[in-house]
Design a protein around this ligand. Structure first.
Ligand code: SF4
Length: 310
């Protein structure tokens, strides 16, 4: 099959635009949409130091590569990758290695931080001790550590690898749960003291395009799933969106655009609250003690209870 834009062989059929694209035109189109997302929400501004949340998974590896390719030559910008090692045996070590390899090849500064060093235990240990779901611990502590590390490294933005599929699933999930307050948290935030602004440069590209872009650039992509990954409701929404998109191409963009049209109302309904500093660790929190300190306290208490029993 030929490319719809030139005589070269097509490598990808883009359903939402009904075009076959060759390697060159696919890459151009992908990068154009990344730049569009970046411009639309001022994700990258003059003199920014961008921290990239690099787990070593396919999305974050592609994100690091494409940001380096598109903006790496700008002298006023600076990039640093942060890998959080949660301590998930068998799953995380290979992706940490991938993150090391990728940053070395890109010549990008790279910092690895671990749950064990910062919280005194790995995620595997937390799961054994606590009564919460693995993703609860993982999500709260990872967010905390990423923000703290990014701030200590002097970052002005924190870029994550969320793609169009991730973003539209979250939008729809919040609608289905009637959780409009949580939906409002997806609205790009204003700068707050201590909180590094999070940006999602891949929000305009489909997950499968992220994979194709990565493969076309010979990036080391891994498709392993976290052993704790269990999201039945999200999986149902993902499958629904996939089928709907398959039948009616471009509908994920419709979901995203509808959400964007709601941004002014969401901002008015849920104005961003003034964050305070956690009484224990000083990290930003809506009030009192932050979620990470509360969880850590619970985990320590259950550890002490267990050692008293022995
Ligand atoms: Fe963490 Fe859950 Fe993701 Fe695994 S699936 S990396 S435990 S958030």
């Amino acid at each position: 099959m030929k490319c719809s834009l030139c005589d070269r062989r097509a490598v990808y059929f883009q359903r939402h635009s009904n075009r076959h694209l060759c390697r060159r035109h696919f890459i151009e189109d992908f990068e154009r949409r990344v730049k569009l997302a970046v411009r639309k929400f001022d994700m990258i501004e003059k003199n920014d130091r961008i921290a990239i949340a690099l787990s070593g998974g396919k999305d974050s590896v592609t994100l690091a590569y494409v940001l380096h390719k598109l903006y790496g030559k700008r002298r006023d910008l600076d990039f640093v990758a942060i890998t959080v090692d949660e301590g998930i045996e068998g799953y995380r070590p290979p992706t940490v290695e991938i993150a090391r390899r990728v940053t070395k090849e890109l010549g990008m500064d790279h910092v690895v931080v671990s749950f064990k060093d910062h919280f005194g235990m790995t995620l595997d240990e937390m799961v054994q001790r606590g009564d919460k779901k693995p993703c609860t611990y993982c999500g709260v502590f990872r967010k905390h550590l990423l923000n703290k590390t990014a701030r200590e490294l002097g970052a002005t933005k924190l870029a994550t690898g969320h793609n169009l599929d991730d973003v539209t699933q979250t939008i729809l999930l919040n609608f289905l749960n009637a959780d409009i307050e949580r939906l409002a948290r997806l609205v790009p935030q204003r700068v707050q003291r201590g909180l590094i602004m999070r940006v999602k440069p891949l929000r305009e590209v489909y997950e499968k395009e992220v994979v194709v872009y990565g493969l076309l650039h010979n990036l080391p992509l891994t498709f392993d799933e976290c052993p704790y990954s269990y999201f039945p409701v999200r999986a149902t929404v993902r499958d629904f969106l996939y089928e709907f998109e398959n039948k009616y191409p471009g509908r994920k963009y419709s979901v995203l655009r509808s959400f964007e049209k709601l941004i002014p109302c969401l901002k008015e309904m849920y104005p961003q609250i003034e964050l305070q500093s956690c009484e224990r660790c000083g990290e930003p929190t809506p009030r009192g003690i932050c979620q990470a300190c509360k969880l850590l306290e619970e985990l320590k208490a259950s550890r002490e209870a267990a050692s008293n029993e022995v």
